[in-house]
Design a protein around this ligand. Structure first.
Ligand code: TRP
Length: 431
């Protein structure tokens, strides 16, 4: 089996940006910000990004590069019983992939319907079985890209994907803020409510958003770090990645709320925002079908590069743990994602499959997605910080960089990070 490595450092950084920048930036960040104190939310958001996002990302890259293994193999190198923590993480990410791909299928359907001037509604879509078909198409696409290998296929997708993303986002955002009444949207988005800053729930929300948005805690960045071949400073690479990710989120916020308020719509959240409110706005807008197509293309490209990184975790873990070829691992991972995805997409279908009153997709997101990510991130931080040799870690973090990593940084990871992760879990349980 040829060893999987990135061809260039730029390819590596763009792939990590592609993983981080996803549907979480374009439709989740804006409404979370609007609902949680507007401009004031940017304070916890940037604090968490710089204080924890940067360190955690560097840590994942460092572990991946040093052990040259998946999350399972890396944690097992620190103690064979930690293999189970790795396996737990792989299960969680496979479930996330299941419903993330379903949502990406919806995005693809909206793209096709907007391009073909068809007025599809979300209710219309989900009262048919098309979402299962579109999910299958997305899964097939991601699996085909993954089967092409890391440097040939994944690296190339991200190189063009990230460029295309910026080339679509920037003009779209400029057009959006030039629309009449966009100032009302920007006011909703950014008018700060400083009273919220003292609310711990806001910090917990910021923490969850940052970790999800940066693809942290799930072994993605461990996998991407293990494919590094050339000399590169992990701290520098991580800084570029987190800053690009935050910029895309902030710009997306301007775009989304300008669109929403220019057409007098209410700022909804989640799926309603992307699939009900915005399509309505596009249908009333001058050049709406062009703008709408560009928007769904943007969302699809952003989601696709993230989807590829999600599937990469089970692929890497399965081929490593069972010694099977990459192609077989792609097939096995896609098979499991297929099962989860069918269960998730049936939640939004004529049968409305649900657990209690919650559609299966939302249930998986709430329980496995939110709590699972936090638990996995916590285990990773604790195991690595308490078991890995401090010198090795500092060397990995500072290697090929101009500044040596201060040892104090490790204390943040060792003591502060696990406590913050625990608190965040407690708060999300309580609320
Ligand atoms: N970061 C992506 C987004 O913002 C989603 C994502 C990709 C993800 N890989 C992940 C989330 C791993 C958690 C873990 O949409």
């Amino acid at each position: 089996m040829p060893e999987q490595k990135w061809g260039t450092n730029t390819g590596f950084v763009l792939a990590a940006v592609g993983s981080a920048v996803g549907m979480g930036n374009i439709w989740r960040f804006p409404y979370i910000t609007g609902e949680n104190g507007g401009g004031a939310f940017l304070i916890p958001y940037f604090t968490v990004t710089i204080l924890f996002g940067l360190i955690f990302m560097s840590l994942e890259f460092a572990v991946g590069r040093y052990y040259n293994k998946s999350i399972i193999g890396s944690l097992a190198s620190l103690g064979s019983h930690f293999r189970w923590a790795g396996a737990f993480t792989v299960i969680v990410i496979t479930v996330i992939a299941g419903y993330y791909f379903v949502i990406l299928g919806w995005v693809g359907s909206f793209f096709v319907s907007t391009v073909s001037h068809d007025t599809m509604t979300f209710d219309g879509l989900t009262s048919s079985y098309y979402p299962i078909l579109s999910f299958g198409v997305v899964l097939g696409l991601v699996a085909a890209i993954a089967a092409g290998g890391v440097s040939c296929s994944i690296e190339r997708l991200n190189k063009y994907g990230v460029l295309a993303l910026i080339a679509i986002l920037v003009p779209l955002a400029i057009y959006a803020v030039s629309l009449p009444d966009s100032d009302k949207g920007i006011a909703y988005y950014l008018t700060p409510d400083y009273t919220k800053i003292s609310d711990p729930a806001i910090w917990s929300t910021a923490f969850g958003q940052v970790f999800f948005s940066l693809s942290l805690g799930m072994g993605v960045m461990v996998a991407y770090g293990s494919y590094i071949k050339n000399k590169i400073s992990l701290a520098k690479a991580s800084s570029v990645i987190i800053m690009t990710n935050a910029s895309v989120s902030v710009i997306a916020g301007f775009m989304i709320f300008s669109f929403v308020f220019s057409y007098g719509a209410d700022p909804a959240s989640g799926t309603n925002l992307a699939f009900v409110v915005l399509p309505q706005a596009f249908s009333e807008m001058a050049f709406g079908s062009v703008v709408g197509s560009a928007f769904f293309a943007l969302l699809f490209i952003a989601g696709l590069t993230s989807a590829v990184s999600l599937l990469e975790v089970p692929i890497g873990a399965l081929s490593e743990q069972f010694g099977i070829s990459r192609r077989k691992a792609v097939l096995a991972s896609s098979g499991i994602v297929l099962l989860v995805g069918i269960v998730a997409s049936l939640g939004y279908s004529p049968v409305s499959l649900s657990i209690g009153d919650t559609p299966t997709l939302d249930w998986l997101d709430q329980y496995i997605g939110s709590y699972g990510v936090v638990i996995a991130a916590g285990m990773f931080a604790v195991i690595v910080m308490w078991r890995m040799d401090k010198g090795t870690l500092l060397e990995q973090l500072g290697m090929h960089g101009k500044i040596a990593m201060p040892e104090r940084i490790l204390y943040v990871c060792k003591y502060v990070l696990p406590v913050v992760i625990m608190l965040s879990l407690v708060f999300s349980f309580v609320s």
